[in-house]
Design a protein around this ligand. Sequence first.
Ligand SMILES: Nc1ncnc2c1ncn2[C@@H]1O[C@H](COP(=O)(O)OP(=O)(O)O)[C@@H](O)[C@H]1O
Ligand SMILES: O=C(OP(=O)(O)O)[C@H](O)COP(=O)(O)O
Ligand SMILES: [Mg+2]
Length: 395
Amino acid sequence: MDKLTIRDVDWQGKRALVRVDFNVPMDGETITDDTRIRAALPTIRYLLDHGASVVLMSHLGRPKGERNLKYSLRPVARHLQALLPGTDIRFAEDCVGEAATAAAQALPSGAVLLLENLRFHKEEEKNDESFARQLAQLGDVYVNDAFGSAHRAHASTAGVAKFLPAVAGFLMEKEISVMGGALANPARPFVAIIGGAKVSDKIGVLKNLLPKVDALIIGGGMANTFLAVQGHTMGKSLVEPEAFDTARALLQQAGSLGKPLLLPVDLVVAEAFAADAPHAVYPVGQVPQDGMALDIGPATVERYRQTIAGAKTVIWNGPMGVFEMPAFARGTIAIAEAVAAVNGVTIIGGGDSVAAVEQAGLADKMTHVSTGGGASLEFLEGRELPGVAALRDRA
Ligand SMILES: Nc1ncnc2c1ncn2[C@@H]1O[C@H](COP(=O)(O)OP(=O)(O)O)[C@@H](O)[C@H]1O
Ligand SMILES: O=C(OP(=O)(O)O)[C@H](O)COP(=O)(O)O
Ligand SMILES: [Mg+2]
């Protein structure tokens, strides 16, 4: 990587302001997968071992600029304490203002302060300059270790780098080098699998991804929008009409490139978005008016499995269904098994996708488990990520 890293800084007596991606999947106050927290530990440990104090900042979920304790990072601070026993871990109720400033100033070397959710302030996602300056006041050197958020140009991922020396953490460095290496000249067939719920967020990436891959497999919430564009009734399923034009253009692009773009042929349809909702398998086109497609069906799994089995490189982001509910986890687990069995390079990324693969016990069967979903897609697209661009170039 052509960026400075934490190895290039003398940390003795300095306060490191570190952007991490602690946007972990939660069930109430329980962290259901702590991969993203554990992935930041090498950076945190290095800084502490080299005489720094560490101020951590992150977002959690999408609280839309308002303080909402449902999205508090306090449970994450407790978990971090369990992962780093013997380390002084503190928590500040706000990421800016008096509470944050006083706590940062009082922080002795060897101690860690986690700030409350950055997205409790609308200025974060707006990349507001004065908000970025307030964050910058909390440290001497800025470290970005939040690969999972590096595709966002927010105050904590980009703006803050204007006001402090800015370097990469070990996770950021590792993600960029592993993904860059594996995908620079991918062995073929190269198959991308895309699912999940951030449809309008991620659909734009597919346009640049399609020419690079040999087949594009679409499942999960993402598939519903494509099926709707093809004229199928989707009942009460997650569908994003604002993404219809992009989906239509992609179907055309796939046709003119002669690239297989695989969509579900059957779906697991539930009567409600609930773990115990009555559900049944329906062929695409027969989803009842009041039904919700919450997983791909068995015939779809079989088709996807065949394409995956022949792949030499696979990149996967986004679960095939609402895997958090066991009744709708089958498609995701079956696809995870198919990817795990591939004799080639397999990269799975995304906070929720990684949780699903961990839950299936298949994470160590993958070549690389990335902390970034949207970030890895944009990286793969060939874009320079704003969170990386903002860091200091190696001279
Ligand atoms: N058919 C579907 N309808 C609604 N939500 C879905 C569907 N399929 C998958 N999801 C949801 O998508 C979420 C993950 O999406 P996303 O955040 O884009 O993936 P990742 O975190 O892996 O990048 C999961 O919480 C899952 O329940
Ligand atoms: O969870 C994340 O991305 P992912 O769901 O694509 O893996 C990142 O923390 C970014 O979150 P955001 O998509 O709300 O900016
Ligand atoms: Mg996610």
